[in-house]
Design a protein around this ligand. Structure first.
Ligand code: 5GP
Ligand code: ZN
Length: 113
């Protein structure tokens, strides 16, 4: 837990978030500034800076499983959706606590900007 990390504080319950799902390792909540009709963030409960710092396959599996469960609950399985994680400066990461974006409810462009 890092006091200066906004996602650690959400995981600890000290700042509010709209939580939509959770499991032993991970928590899913709505993005504050949604970029699609469905935009949920999936984070590990413990502080991990990014995918580049991830060192526990069980935790990564739990994150992916929760992302798929969130998409299913949101009714995105048939239409499709996107799961993305930004890493570092070129990746566009702004919050340095590993998170998966689950985006859906509209067609996604490729290549990404
Ligand atoms: P990144 O740019 O690091 O991949 O994504 C960070 C995401 O976190 C952004 O989409 C941003 O809107 C979201 N975000 C930043 N601060 C908060 C917050 O306090 N609460 C929630 N729910 N989302 C946040
Ligand atoms: Zn953190």
């Amino acid at each position: 837990m890092s006091d200066s990390c906004v996602f650690c504080r959400i995981a600890a319950g000290t700042i509010p978030a709209s939580i939509v799902a959770e499991n032993d390792h991970a928590l899913a909540f709505r993005d504050l500034h949604p970029q699609a009709p469905v935009h949920v963030l999936v984070i590990p409960r413990r502080h991990v800076a990014s995918l580049a710092a991830a060192d526990r396959p069980d935790e990564l599996g739990a994150l992916l499983a929760l992302a798929a469960a969130v998409a299913k609950t949101a009714g995105l399985e048939e239409s499709g959706y996107r799961v993305v994680t930004n890493i570092g400066e070129d990746g566009g990461q702004t919050v340095h606590h590993l998170h998966l974006h689950v985006l859906g409810g509209r067609p996604m462009a490729w290549p990404p900007g």
